[in-house]
Design a protein around this ligand. Structure first.
Ligand SMILES: [Zn+2]
Length: 633
């Protein structure tokens, strides 16, 4: 579009926007997207919405002696945008460990590496020297200036790359966990996102930022060099008959058909009892369609469990767990926890069928999600194992199925991954591994999040949620991404009611499945589906400062009626819950949703008080309030 006309069009747009769209602040990038019709005010992808993607064909070889991985990669990059691209941005995540690179936490120099070695780079038949002036690697991106050509709008482009790197020992979320157990992520040269909002995503991988990836197709062949080296991966295995021994193949087929669960301790295998067909190397061929990333893990001595489970009606998932044979998580039946979590997500919250044909829980370190695979550290208590496993699997919906930009809006990803399995976690924790009810006095997961919210809300660490998360670190990052967003989703659910909230959330997922929604697409979809103007709520919670702090006062008007006044001192819209305790010990409970704060900072209501009131208490363990001092009478 001609730049001169853009301001005029923007002016016109302001005149034709429905009223509710004008009372919410929108950054220029989003307004421009509305003009170009790539986004729309009803929250649906615009009629001119586009996104680029790739077909990756990768042949990778893992050398278990040198700990090196090398690959040959052909990418067909589909430029669906209306722009001719004069540069190409390829992410080389392994450059994170190069000396001198910027990192969100300091690394021990003994683990530094050389990053990704690029041995060959060809774009549409033109060779590029990796150390020429047209190729720069400022952070973890390799930027190629296509001075001699462009990637034409609407065209398919062919990129050939040969590369290698040493599998690191200390890299966040991937690496070598023992000499023959690896989680391989952040590994292949990956084309960055070019979108309708900002063009190329240039954010470096510094350790904290996570996903914002195209939805691409992967055809990957992974060559191993040891017997019984099992490869678990994103996607589905294409050649089980080539990699597995005849004996094992029958068990494998039984498990993939859902007939029986495969349980095999690979540390007990020997040459007369092998899983793999070959003694030396095997080539594992996996394929995955329309996924934002591709990872794999491998080991020759893990305990592997696998079966096809039914997540919801006719919604099948090939679920595997691969753990060290002595892992504590196995004692708590991590397989069962993963199975129950998948069923809960598919049937209850968000209540959307599990979108992937497979899921593997691999025992590495920490906790990290990838499409169809999560990396779980070993947990020595039930509560942590439930939280970790269900949280990481929940990420299947955000950011993988619904391709939000987690690099900038981590609350759209971590917030939902905390929120979605919350009731599941509370129930599982309450009943324990032996299904016996446990300590009822113990604070549940939601109360824990409210307490944590109260600690940070309204402090210097509390910045508006729309602050791009790649600009934040430590507490401000974590508070927005995990704690505050979970609370806001709970408040929203309470305000809309569970059914309308779920309907709106499911519609948001349906509209943006396999696409890249921005926060405003989320806001406007909820406005559209709920038929409510929630812009005041989005403005308050996502763009403004303030805290959760209600206070209470009461006036007795007649002998059996009492007027109660609640003042919103903190500014943020939260529900009101008031408990009256009478002298005879009985109680009455009064509740309103956060909606009462739409246009008011004070709320009055009248309650029946036929008996003598002993005390009045404002709030409960699920409602944040940073100042409890003024919550009782
Ligand atoms: Zn997470």
């Amino acid at each position: 579009m001609n730049k001169i006309f853009l301001p005029i069009l923007l002016g016109l747009l302001l005149n034709v926007l429905p009223l509710h769209s004008q009372d919410i602040y929108m950054p220029a990038e989003y307004r421009k997207a509305l003009v170009k019709n790539t986004r729309s005010l009803d929250g649906k992808p615009g009629t001119a919405y586009w996104q680029n993607y790739s077909d990756y064909f990768i042949e990778a070889e893992v050398n278990s002696s040198t700990k090196e991985i090398s690959g040959r990669e052909k990418i067909i990059y589909h430029n669906k945008s209306p722009h001719d691209l004069s540069k190409l941005v390829i992410r080389l995540y392994q450059d994170f460990l190069k000396p001198g690179k910027s990192r969100d936490w300091e690394g021990d120099p003994k683990y530094f590496g050389e990053g990704t070695a690029i041995k060959k780079l060809t774009i549409n038949g033109i060779d590029f020297e990796a150390d020429s002036k047209d190729v720069t690697r400022p952070g973890t991106n390799m930027v190629i200036n296509l001075s001699k050509s462009t990637l034409k709008a609407g065209m398919d482009n062919v990129i050939d790359i040969e590369w290698s790197f040493k599998i690191p020992e200390k890299f966040p979320r991937m690496g070598m966990y023992d000499s023959t157990s690896y989680m391989i992520a952040y590994w292949y040269p990956q084309i960055s996102v070019f979108d309708d909002i900002e063009g190329w995503d240039m954010i470096d991988y510094n350790g904290v930022v996570e996903f914002y990836n195209d939805f691409s197709n992967f055809d990957v062949r992974i060559k191993t060099d040891r017997p019984n080296m099992i490869v678990w991966s994103t996607g589905l295995l294409q050649n089980p008959e080539e990699v597995f021994s005849d004996n094992f193949l029958m068990k494998y087929r039984d498990a993939t058909a859902g007939n029986s669960k495969l349980e095999i301790d690979c540390s007990a295998l020997n040459s007369s009892n092998q899983i793999t067909r070959n003694n030396g190397s095997s080539v594992w061929h996996y394929k995955a369609e329309s996924v934002p990333d591709f990872v794999f893990s491998m080991s020759d001595h893990y305990f592997w469990q696998m079966k096809r489970i039914e997540a919801a009606d006719n919604n099948f998932v090939l679920l595997s767990t691969a753990f060290r044979p002595n892992a504590l998580s196995l004692k708590f039946d991590v397989y069962k926890i993963a199975e129950e979590a998948i069923k809960y997500l598919a049937t209850t919250m968000p209540g959307v069928p599990f979108p992937y044909p497979s899921m593997t829980v691999f025992n590495g370190e920490g906790g990290m999600e990838f499409p169809m695979m999560v990396n779980d550290g070993d947990e020595d208590d039930w509560e942590s194992l439930i939280y970790l496993t269900s949280h990481e699997i929940s990420h299947t919906y955000f950011p993988f199925m619904t391709g939000i930009n987690e690099r900038k809006y981590a609350w759209m990803d971590e917030g939902f991954a905390v929120f979605l399995p919350m009731e599941f976690q509370i129930k599982m924790d309450r009943f324990g591994p032996d299904n016996k009810e446990r300590d009822p006095e113990k604070a549940d997961q939601r109360e824990y999040f409210v307490k944590s919210f109260n600690r940070f809300s309204g402090t210097f660490n509390d910045v508006p949620m729309l602050t791009p998360s790649n600009l934040l670190k430590s507490i401000p990052y974590r508070f927005n991404a995990y704690g505050k967003s979970e609370i806001v989703f709970e408040i929203l659910k309470d305000m809309l009611g569970e059914d309308l909230f779920k309907k709106s959330l499911q519609e948001f997922i349906a509209r943006w499945s396999g696409k890249h929604p921005m926060p405003y697409d989320f806001f406007f979809t909820f406005n559209d589906v709920s038929k409510k103007d929630l812009n005041w709520f989005w403005t308050r919670w996502f763009m403004q400062s303030g805290t959760a702090d209600l206070s209470i006062s009461a006036a007795v008007v007649t002998s059996d009626k009492m007027e109660i006044k609640v003042t919103n001192k903190g500014g943020m819209p939260v529900p009101i819950a008031v408990t009256l305790t009478f002298e005879d010990g009985s109680e009455s409970y009064h509740k309103t949703t956060a909606e009462v704060w739409k246009d008011a900072s004070e709320y009055r209501f009248t309650v029946d008080v036929k008996k003598k009131v002993k005390s009045i208490k404002l709030g409960n363990g699920y409602i944040p309030d940073v100042n409890p001092e003024d919550n009782g009478l």
